[in-house]
Design a protein around this ligand. Structure first.
Ligand code: FAD
Length: 466
């Protein structure tokens, strides 16, 4: 058994872990990062954000190319080479993980590959291919992330039942696939498979897809998706039976089919659970709740003074950019800076087509919290750029504090909505009001003009909306 002594060990090399490790190293802290995977990047780079976006890019271009036949340019039926598509996705991932590895070496952050478990409040034992390594640390940051939720009545050991990682492997293109769960990950993967030719059914227990988003936003989304997916809302799956010729799924609820339905594949996308119970946190004295989450204070410190936690493992929203910012704060606090994590808003984006994006308060949340608010929207059917780009199915909605006029939330649905959301996030963080946004000159013609225009609607300077 070898032993390493370090000022900081980071457990988990996802966006939270590598961001924390790099920031710590930049601040002069000797840092070791432990991850069981061969490559840095965690779920996000290896089996999450990045490979899904590579495939969604291809799906989007395919749809656009098909659509062009309406405007006099036809390309014929697409021919799909699944091996090439897979290697494109793997190349994208490879470029980024290689980049991370370079950045890690540059900073002299040591990657210990293997599975880590605490053996005390200053020791972690890592079991790797080359045996065991004891890492003796002054401080630790737990960034061990999350994994997909499984359901007891589903035969997860059948290889026709897949989770997001299985879906990203793209072993084949099933003729008929059920997406179990109408959240962001399920809809993104369903979008990819639909573009490649699968017939997609989506079942969601609640009364709308992407339940966190506002209803008016999802209404616009559904205009496109009602033809892409067969959506069964307010319905649940009660049984999945694996037979030789397929998976037979029994449904219950408002839109449940009477008989079990046969699918070639079932993608289970019902959320993610934190990995808190998998590395003997108790041996370090770190408290983990029943669900596997770790509680932290605003400086990301656990109940043990020298141990911090960041990313998916400390709670919702389980998003890469949240993990990155938390990672920076934890490293800065360890270096002695008096920083804390307290953002006004964290953006959420579904990279479907159209994209669904929101930041700050949704209208639903404003109502629940009893906030006095007003909304103003700009439909993309009135946007020159949207009309010229065949992207009129979109809406930009701003939410303002009724008393001060300050921007407290915003949502967009439409092509590239996620790219434009940053402006609303900045407005919220800077305390901008409707007038500030309305008077900011946006380039014409752009889709993000709609943010200025929605604010002008609020200000009353635009009244004749279509
Ligand atoms: P993770 O990325 O989960 O990394 C944790 C790492 O720790 C893993 O590599 C794991 O192997 C390692 N680990 C855990 N325990 C141990 C141990 N005991 N020993 C050694 N190693 C260990 N988020 C977005 O913001 N945008 C998106 O577009 C987006 N798309 C997604 C698409 C999919 C299909 C999925 C599944 C997720 C997506 N997410 C997205 C969510 C995002 O991936 C996570 O929020 C993010 O990766 C969390 O980062 P993290 O640092 O907390 O941990």
């Amino acid at each position: 058994m070898s032993e390493i002594k370090t000022q900081l060990v980071v457990l988990g090399a996802g966006p939270g872990g590598y961001s924390a490790a790099f920031r710590a190293a930049d601040l002069g802290i000797e840092t070791v990062i432990v991850d069981a995977r061969d490559t840095l990047g965690g779920v996000c780079l290896n089996v999450g954000c990045i490979p899904s976006k590579a495939l969604l890019h291809v799906a989007k271009v395919m749809k656009e190319a098909k659509h062009l036949s309406n405007h006099g340019v036809s390309f014929g039926e697409p021919e799909i080479d699944l091996d090439k598509l897979r290697s494109y996705k793997d190349d994208v991932v490879g470029q980024l993980t290689k980049g991370l590895s370079g950045m890690s070496k540059m900073r002299k952050v040591k990657h210990v590959k293997g599975y880590g478990k605490f053996t005390g409040s200053d020791t972690l034992e890592v079991e790797g291919d080359d045996g065991k390594t004891t890492v003796k640390f002054e401080n630790a940051i737990i960034a061990a992330g999350s994994e997909p939720v499984t359901l007891p009545f589903i035969p997860h050991d059948d290889d026709r039942v897949i989770d997001s990682t299985g879906a990203l492997e793209m072993k084949d293109i099933p003729e008929k696939m059920l997406v179990l769960g109408g959240g962001i990950i399920g809809l993104e993967m369903g979008t990819v498979y639909e573009a490649l030719g699968s017939k997609i059914d989506v079942v969601e227990f609640l009364d709308q897809l992407i339940p966190a988003a506002d209803k008016d936003i999802m209404k616009v989304f559904m205009k496109d998706y009602k033809d892409k997916f067969n959506v069964m809302l307010e319905t649940k799956v009660t049984d999945v039976e694996a037979k030789d010729d397929g998976l037979y799924v029994t449904f219950e609820g408002k839109n449940a089919p009477d008989e079990p339905v046969r699918y070639d594949k079932v993608l289970v996308a019902v959320g993610r659970k934190p990995n808190g119970k998998m590395f003997d946190a108790d041996k370090a004295g770190v408290e983990v709740d029943d669900k596997g989450f770790i509680n932290v204070d605003k400086q990301l410190r656990t109940n043990v003074n020298n141990i911090y936690a960041i990313g998916d493992i400390i709670g919702q929203p389980m998003l890469a950019h949240k993990a990155v910012h938390e990672g920076h704060v934890a490293a800065e606090v360890i270096s002695g800076q008096k920083h804390y994590f307290d953002p006004r808003c964290i953006p959420s984006v579904a990279y479907t087509e159209p994209e669904v994006a929101w930041v700050g308060l949704t209208e639903k949340e404003a109502k629940e919290q009893g906030v006095s608010y007003e909304t103003a929207s700009f439909p993309w059917s009135a946007s020159g750029r949207a009309i010229a780009s065949d992207a009129t199915n979109g809406l930009t909605k701003m939410i303002f504090d009724k008393d001060s006029g300050r921007v407290i939330g915003g949502a967009m649905v439409g092509t590239n909505a996620g790219e434009m959301l940053g402006e609303i996030g900045l407005a919220i963080e800077m305390g901008a009001d409707a007038e500030d946004v309305a008077l900011t000159i946006h380039a014409h013609p752009t889709l993000n003009e709609s943010i200025g225009l929605a604010s002008e609607v609020y200000e009353g300077s635009i009244t004749d909306m279509p």
